[in-house]
Unconditional design. Structure first.
Length: 70
């Protein structure tokens, strides 16, 4: 059985193929718009998949979402 951290690492590797960037176990989604509904849906899905709370926020200056294990 995988730990939540191992699941998070696998998820990050998978999402690298879809335009994300990972640095220091922080996932950056390069969305040019702040779509909170889509972000909430995505973080809920991730949380349920790896069984850990996910936190994040939108960086207006860099125009990306920053997601990390909560």
């Amino acid at each position: 059985m995988l730990t939540p951290r191992e699941k998070w690492n696998l998820l990050c590797k998978l999402l690298l193929n879809f335009g994300t960037r990972v640095e220091y176990n922080i996932l950056y989604l390069n969305w040019s718009v702040k779509d909170e509904e889509q972000f909430i849906f995505l973080t809920r899905c991730i949380s349920q998949c790896i069984n850990v709370k996910i936190t994040g926020f939108y960086d207006y200056h860099k125009r990306h979402w920053k997601i990390q294990l909560g």
